[in-house]
Design a binder for this molecule. Structure first.
Ligand SMILES: Cc1cc2nc3c(=O)[nH]c(=O)nc-3n(C[C@H](O)[C@H](O)[C@H](O)COP(=O)(O)OP(=O)(O)OC[C@H]3O[C@@H](n4cnc5c(N)ncnc54)[C@H](O)[C@@H]3O)c2cc1C
Length: 691
């Protein structure tokens, strides 16, 4: 891949083609030249009851107002370039902040949880998640009419036949990085064939968006590596992959609709829906703006096996408890095979596109090597552990379903190393019932980065699982494969939860009754948890593995998360953010689901009084201690129980020689503290319990 840095200059790549003038009467300049009253009317139209302006629209309105006000004052004021630059920076910052809900006192670590804390520590800690916590009222309002429902209503109503245009565009997102079984890509290709025009694939980078959404450098690197493979594969089908970059995420709908599509002469845009609240709002804005500008935007379900909203209780209500939801999910899939139907590979463009003046240049668009702010110096090693491309994902899946587990595979090594022994009976999936809770081997599939980025689809994965059972989807705790299918269904479940109760992706606990649990503000503890120096070997091993691989086994995600929340009593949202910033498989729905489960605030959470004993968990999930020995080399010579709890199993002079820290909290005391704070929400215990 070429060494290329993406700049925040919005025109740096997207306008590789000189934009064609939009053919509709609603050109950008027309709307910019609107009178103030027209803008006010538009604002009023947006704000009429039941049709609240979303962030994107508000931004849009305010931009128009700013344009008008600037025009009015243009004669009076001649700006100096430095003043203009400063103003632009301020506006840019304001714009990004505008996207964030206000931090409400009393519900945030600043105003509520850390009420008893003082000084600058408090500010810094709160700052880390400031802007990510909506007020209870905002969250409740969003839940009342979730953006998913709004988007579906838009899709059902108001579609009109637009002109054919010169091309059809498929806008690929960072959650659907594949060609096979890609609904929007296939539908776009069908439309292009119907019109006899070329199909263009588009990818829009937004470093600003990645920053706001805590994307990890490993994840961005993984996206770039996969895009590079896709570019080659798409070119084989004569489909160019056009890339653009806009730092300011809130501008993306407008840029796509009013700049990129006109430049491509496209009147039809196809996208797969992403279910996070900001992404849904972006798509709502894109559809609405598209309609203003004569572009038909088709938003399609693709990400999950069963789209949100399809599983309801007998009373027709959405379900928030996993077990009954899961049974309904499995039943639906066995009764309605349509959910497994995969989209064929799209038909390519005619070879002549490569000599077409309008489109041939798009084949020169390149995938950058890195994105500024998300450089991944360890890319080479990470790409060995997480090789890119759908073919590699399929190979991983094959190995999981047909080969035996290997102890060495928890290390920093390629999952496709030779030496995996084929066995149907003792395959990893057949041993999954026990294996899934063990960390000292490759007991699970390791597909999460691929599923999170859509390099392989949930349908493709479950289809292979079905083949092992003669076409029937086995689901349940009795067999390895049934257990694994259940695990895969968590992915659908948490996305259903997020689409139905968007509050969970707005920093709110699903169970508001725990909103005011009192959290500790302890920068040092938080940092030691991140660094893997807590003195609890299993937590430290997991956190160090996370830093190196960008990934942890499910059991240690639960153990490490529980340690932060219940043992250190640190706000779960700080842990949620750190996992997102570190994981190669970072996925809002799954990550938030995992954290809220652990923090006992989620839809179907671990009861607050059930608190993991870190040492017992360690003995169960790493019985030989091999995982700890590898990831915490200070302990590599320890044997027996000492590997799980060296401080309490070694003479103090011997322990000191290890160069390994003492435990930062006492399990018994911290457990009592957590129980007190959860039982007495809003209160703190007496000092003798505080650590
Ligand atoms: C605190 C916490 C944070 C988490 N953060 C993420 C995250 O950011 N991204 C992510 O993909 N998973 C997350 N998980 C879920 C789970 O830990 C990982 O999906 C799993 O460990 C990935 O390993 P695997 O691919 O080998 O999974 P397997 O056990 O082989 O499962 C197959 C697939 O099913 C899905 N899956 C399995 N368990 C879950 C689950 N509990 N929730 C949602 N999907 C699941 C994943 O797509 C996974 O790849 C989190 C769990 C916890 C407790």
């Amino acid at each position: 891949m070429p060494q290329l840095t993406l700049f925040s200059d919005p025109n740096s790549k997207s306008l590789a083609l000189s934009p064609k003038k939009p053919t509709t009467s609603h050109s950008t300049s027309t709307s910019r030249n609107n009178s103030g009253s027209a803008v006010a009317a538009r604002k009023a139209a947006y704000t009429k009851k039941g049709d609240e302006p979303n962030l994107w629209e508000l931004h849009h309105i305010q931009e128009d107002m700013a344009a008008i006000s600037k025009k009015r004052h243009a004669k009076d004021e001649v700006e100096s370039p430095s003043k203009r630059k400063k103003q632009q920076t301020d506006e840019g910052e304001k714009e990004e902040m505008k996207g964030q809900p206000e931090l409400k006192r009393g519900h945030s670590p600043e105003g509520g949880g850390a009420a008893g804390e003082k000084g600058s520590k408090k500010k810094k800690n709160a700052y880390e998640i400031k802007g990510k916590i909506a007020t209870e009222e905002d969250a409740a309002r969003t839940d009342e009419d979730p953006p998913m429902n709004q988007l579906e209503r838009l899709m059902e109503n108001g579609h009109k036949d637009e002109e054919q245009g010169d091309s059809v565009v498929y806008w690929m997102r960072m959650e659907d990085l594949r060609i096979e079984d890609n609904t929007a890509l296939y539908q776009a290709s069908k439309k292009a064939k119907e019109f006899g025009v070329p199909l263009i694939a588009l990818f829009v980078f937004s470093p600003g968006d990645y920053k706001i959404h805590d994307r990890s450098n490993k994840k961005i690197d993984f996206i770039l590596r996969n895009l590079s493979v896709l570019r080659t594969e798409l070119h084989k089908l004569n489909i160019p992959l056009h890339v653009a970059s806009y730092d300011k995420r809130l501008q993306i709908p407008r840029r796509v609709i009013t700049e990129i599509l006109p430049a491509l002469g496209a009147k039809h845009l196809f996208v797969n829906i992403e279910y996070e609240v900001d992404e849904l709002r972006r798509d709502i804005a894109t559809v609405k703006l598209g309609r203003e500008k004569g572009v038909d935007v088709q938003c399609l379900h693709d990400r999950l096996v069963v789209p949100p909203g399809k599983i309801k209780s007998q009373q027709g209500k959405p379900m928030s408890v996993f077990s009954p939801w899961q049974r309904a999910w499995a039943k639906l899939l066995n009764e309605q095979p349509k959910y497994f139907k995969m989209s064929p590979i799209p038909q390519g463009n005619d070879e002549s596109i490569k000599s077409n003046d309008q489109f041939s240049k798009l084949f020169d668009d390149e995938i950058p090597d890195h994105i500024e702010g998300f450089e991944c110096p360890e890319s080479e090693k990470v790409s060995e552990v997480w090789p890119e491309g759908t073919d590699k994902a399929k190979e991983l899946l094959y190995r999981f379903l047909h080969t035996k587990p290997r102890q060495s595979q928890f290390q920093l090594v390629s999952p496709l190393n030779p030496g995996a022994e084929e066995s149907e009976k003792d395959s990893r999936v057949n041993q999954y019932q026990n294996g899934r809770n063990l960390v000292d081997g490759d007991n699970s599939s390791r597909l999460s980065p691929y599923l999170a980025a859509g390099v392989i689809s949930g349908r493709m994965v479950l289809d292979e699982a079905k083949k092992l059972r003669k076409g029937k989807l086995e689901s349940g705790r009795d067999t390895g494969i049934g257990m694994w299918v259940m695990e895969v269904s968590w992915r659908d479940f948490y996305n259903h939860v997020m689409a139905t109760w968007p509050r969970v992706s707005m920093g709110r606990p699903f169970l508001e009754k725990f909103a005011d649990v009192q959290w500790e503000t302890n920068e040092e503890h938080l940092q030691r948890w991140k660094d893997g120096t807590t003195g609890y070997p299993i937590v430290d091993a997991a956190m160090r593995a996370c830093k190196a691989r960008g990934w942890m086994e499910n059991r240690v995600r639960m153990v490490a998360a529980s340690f932060l929340v219940k043992s250190l009593m640190i706000d779960w949202r700080l842990g949620e953010k750190y996992f997102m910033e570190s994981f190669i498989d970072g996925d809002l729905a799954a990550n938030n689901g995992g954290w809220q489960w652990t923090a006992s605030t989620g839809t179907d959470p671990q009861p607050f009084f059930r608190i993991f004993n870190t040492i017992t968990q360690s003995e169960k999930c790493d019985p030989t201690g091999a995982y700890i020995r590898y990831w915490v080399p200070e302990l590599k010579n320890l044997k027996g129980k000492a590997i799980h709890d060296p401080y309490h199993h070694m003479p103090s002079n011997e322990f000191k020689k290890l160069g390994y820290p003492e435990p930062i909290v006492d399990h018994k005391k911290s457990r009592e503290r957590a129980l007190f704070r959860y039982k007495n929400v809003g209160e703190k215990e007496n000092d003798d319990l505080a650590d």
